[in-house]
Design a protein around this ligand. Structure first.
Ligand code: URA
Length: 191
């Protein structure tokens, strides 16, 4: 599996499918052992901190995610984290992050291949971008958070993106209780 992932990441480093490639430094990659992880978390796209450190969820949203994972009884080493989009989508001449758009169908193919290689039992989508890429555009996180979706290759567990609680503090308690429930679910299916 590691060999196939190494090859995938070599291909991602040379990707020229969209203009974000012009600003790419290195693709962000989880340092954990995907062989041990039966659950994969999928975020949206890296931001400045992730690009700097080369690992997903390395900034403020990552601190939130670590806190929620701990509530679920999980450590980062128990799971594998990746993103739908591999380069940092920016606005204002690189000064701020933006939600990815036309990059999604181009980059999403890399995620499909990554999931094929890892073959997880459960995929936890964080936010709308990952949920919609894997389930279709009609799905919205406001309706689907915390509800298990049984898909042909793996189960999909949609969760709010951890950054949502930074902008909407009223979501914090809900997200915490849904991560605790996620932990119980993963315990039942034998993470
Ligand atoms: N937000 C994401 O969706 N992914 C990251 O890797 C970091 C922040």
């Amino acid at each position: 599996m590691l060999k196939e992932l190494d090859e995938l990441y070599r291909n991602i480093s040379c990707c020229r499918k969209c203009p974000l490639a012009l600003e790419r430094i290195n693709p962000v990659r989880d340092g954990g052992d995907p062989g041990k992880a039966t659950v994969v978390f999928v975020g949206e796209a890296p931001g400045a901190n992730e690009i700097k450190h080369g690992i997903p969820f390395a900034g403020e949203a990552g601190k939130k995610l670590n806190h929620y994972l701990a509530e679920a009884g999980l450590a980062r080493s128990d799971i594998y984290i990746t993103n739908v989009v591999r380069c940092r989508p920016t606005a204002n001449s690189g000064r701020r992050n933006r939600t990815p758009g036309r990059e999604i169908p181009l980059c999403g193919e890399w995620l499909n291949r990554e999931l094929e290689i890892i073959s997880p039992g459960t995929v936890v989508t964080l936010g709308n971008v990952a949920l919609r890429w894997l389930c279709g555009k009609k799905y919205g996180i406001g309706d689907w958070h915390g509800r298990l979706i049984i898909a042909p290759s793996f189960s999909i567990y949609p969760m709010y993106h951890p950054a949502a609680a930074i902008y909407r503090r009223d979501l914090e308690d809900l997200i915490l209780s849904e991560f605790r429930e996620l932990g119980r679910y993963l315990g039942r299916v034998g993470l």
